[in-house]
Design a protein around this ligand. Structure first.
Ligand SMILES: C[S@@+](CC[C@H](N)C(=O)[O-])C[C@H]1O[C@@H](n2cnc3c(N)ncnc32)[C@H](O)[C@@H]1O
Length: 226
């Protein structure tokens, strides 16, 4: 089946696995359940040539419950947005949220973001990649779970259009220390600043948590040379 913008329904909701969802709901923390982060469908499912050739095309990685997708997609109705989330329960929650909001310019996929970037998106297809409050995975043994690292940074770069941007917000100094140096190596322009005092309205669940714990918040951008 091929899907195209505009989406009148979220295809993920047709594929959702009730048994898996109920098991995840019974757990306190879905990350603890290793089956939960095994996506249900192949990386390319739902993402046709029409979808990846939409322009402008934006990707949010780790979209969680879809709060930020709802916000930015409703602010820019002529943009095309894909939210990727590897935890099935969260991805379904995000899909339900955007469907309920009546947004037809968003597609939510339940997949590993790096598999999606590497296997599905062609070079120079994305105008912007958003990453809101990524898991820092500070332990060495969890290094493979980090998003931006030595073996992935090149395809973050190549999938962006010239002038395209990666927009990252984090309250984890460890993320800044471990991941941002890879962006610094890329050709283009990078900015990195602490913006804790500038955020008044919380846009995502983790931004709200960060503010309530009075964590410092960092904003990192990378813009690919035009
Ligand atoms: C700390 S939470 C932040 C959620 C949301 N962006 C927010 O700000 O509230 C990180 C999210 O990224 C998701 N995630 C982590 N690694 C991922 C990956 N490789 N692919 C897709 N999603 C991922 C997690 O499941 C989780 O929902």
């Amino acid at each position: 089946m091929t899907y195209e913008f505009p989406f009148t329904t979220q295809p993920l909701l047709e594929l959702k696995d009730e048994e898996k969802l109920n098991e995840a709901r019974r757990m306190k923390h879905p990350h603890g359940w290793s089956r939960e982060i095994r996506p249900l469908h192949d990386p390319g499912t739902f993402i046709s040539t029409e979808v990846i050739s939409a322009d402008p095309l934006y990707l949010e990685i780790g979209c969680g419950h879809g709060n930020y997708m709802e916000k930015i997609a409703s602010e820019e109705p002529e943009g095309h947005f894909i939210g990727v989330e590897n935890v099935h329960l969260f991805a379904v929650t995000a899909a339900e949220r955007v469907q309920k909001a009546g947004l037809s310019n968003v597609l939510i996929v339940n997949q590993d973001a790096n598999a999606l970037l590497q296997e599905v998106f062609p070079e120079e297809s994305l105008s912007k990649i958003y990453i809101m409050y990524p898991d820092p995975w500070p332990k060495n043994r969890h290094e493979k779970r980090r998003l931006i690292k030595e073996d992935t940074v090149e395809y973050y770069h190549s999938r962006l259009k010239p002038g395209g941007m990666i927009d990252i917000w984090t309250d984890a100094p460890k993320w800044v220390e471990l991941s941002s140096p890879f962006l610094e190596e890329l050709p283009g322009e990078m900015t990195k600043e602490e913006v804790s005092d500038e955020i008044s309205k919380q846009r995502t669940l983790f931004e709200r948590k960060a503010k309530s714990k009075q964590h410092p918040i960092f904003h990192i951008t990378y813009t690919k040379s035009g």
